[in-house]
Design a protein around this ligand. Sequence first.
Ligand code: ADP
Length: 493
Amino acid sequence: MALERHGRATAAGVVVFWAALLSLSLAHTLSLHDGQRERLALEQARGLFGLIETVRLWNAGHGGLYAPVTEATPPNQWLEVPDRDVEIAGRPYTMVNPAYMTRQIADLVRERGEVVFHITSLKPIRPANTADAWEERALHRFEQGAEEIIELTDYRGRPAYRYMSALTVEQPCLACHERQGYALGDVRGGISITIPAGLITAETGAARRQAVVQHVLAFLILSSLSVLFLNRLQRDWRALKAAKAEQEAMVAARTAELRAANAELERSNQQLEQFAYVASHDLQEPLRMIGSYAQLIDRRYAGRLDSEGQEFLGYITDGSRRMKAMVDALLAYSRVQRGELRRRPVAAAEAVAAALANLQRALAETGAEVTCGDLPTVSGDAALLATLFQNLIGNAVKYRHPERPPRITITARRDGAAGWRFAVADNGIGIPPEQAERIFRIFQRLHRPQDYAGTGIGLAISRTIVERHGGRIWVESDGAAGAVFRFTLPAAE
Ligand code: ADP
C-alpha cells in the first residue's frame, strides 16, 4: 500500500517535472520567436524608412517639386516660400516639398494597407505633424543620442510594432529649415512607422503554433512513457520482492531441515562412536580369552591333535590375532574421535620429526629419503598431528614401488588467509583415481593382508584428525607414479 502511494507520488512528480521542463523550453522557444518577429518588423520598417528618406532627399535636392493643384493636392499653407504657387501653360501648380510629399505618401500607404507612417517633430511647422505620446518619447531619446527605436506597443487599441528613426538635417534641408534655427546634422524630427503586430504574427504564427504543438506532444509522450516506465519498474520491483520473500522462506525451511538432519546425524554419529568404543572395548576380553586358550591347546595338546586339528587351531590363532588387530585399530579410531582436542600452536616440522622418530626402523630398512620444505606453525593438537604425519609417511614407505627406494617430500603453502595446505608426496605404487575416495573409509583397503599388512584404519584416522581441526584431506594420483596426499590445517593465530 505504502509502495502504491509512493509510486503514485513519484509518477505525479515526474509528470510535474516534464511539465515544468517543457514549459521552460516552450517559453524559451517563444521568446526566440518574439525576437525573430521584432527583427522582421525592424527589417520591414528600416526598408520603408530608407525608401522614404531617399525620395525625400531626391525631392529636397530639387528644392521641392511642382504638382498640379487638385482637391487632393491643395497649396501647402505651411510652406512659406516665394514661388510656392505658379502657373504653367495656364494651369495652377503648387510646390510639394519633402514634408508635404511624405504626408501624401503616408496617406497612400495607409489606404493600401495597414502600415502607418507619420512624419513628426517636437517643433512641427504643421500642427497635424505633432508627435503622439510614444513618438514624443522616442524623439526625446533621439536627442539623447539614440538613432532608431523599435517597440511592440499598443497603437489605437491594438498591438503594433512602432519604429522610429531620426531625421537629421542634411544640406538640401537647410533651404527651408534654417530659419527654424536648425544646423547641419541636427535631429529635426523623425518618421514613425507603425506595423500592426498581426501583419508580422501572420508570418511567424505557423512556426509558433508548431512549437506549441510540438511541446504539448512531447509533454504527452514523455510523461506517458515515464509513467509507463515507472509502473513497469514498480511491477518488477514488486515481483522481485515477492520472489525474494519466497526465496527467504525457502532458505529458512531448508535451513531448518538441514539443522534437524544435522542434529540427527550428530546423534547417530555419537551413538556409532559409542557403539564402536563399547564394542571394541568389550570385545577385547573374550578375544584375549580365545587367543590364550588357543595357545594353551597348542602347548598342551599339540602332540595329540592330528594334522587337520593342527591346521584348524592355526586358523583360530590367526583369526583371533587379526581380530585383535582390528579391535585395537577400532579403539584407536574411537579414541581419536572422542578424545579431547588440545589445540596450541604446533610447528609442523616438530610433528614431522616425532613421526619420523617413530618410523625410524622402517625408514632405515627401506632406504627411504624424506625431504621437508619450509613448514609453518599451525594451530592443532601436537600428538594427533604427529599421528597424522606418521600415518601418511608410514603408508608412503609401506606402499613403495618394488623397483625404487621411497622418496617422500613434505611441503606446505598458504591456503587462504587463515590456513595452510600441506602435501605429502611419494614415488610409490600410486592409487587408482577411482579409489581416491574409498581409501579414507574405515577398514577399506586396496590390498590383501598377505601382500601388504594393515587393517585399513590409518587413513580413516588421518581424515578424522584433519576434520577435527577444521580441514579436509584428499589424494591425487594417476595410479602409477606415486601419490600426493594433501590436507589443510588452520594457521596458528
Ligand atoms: P592400511 O595401510 O592399514 O591398509 P590405510 O587406511 O592407511 O590402511 O590405507 C588404506 C589403503 O589405501 C591402503 O590399503 C592402500 O591400498 C592405500 N594407500 C594408502 N596410502 C597409500 C600410498 N601412499 N600409496 C599407495 N596406496 C596407498
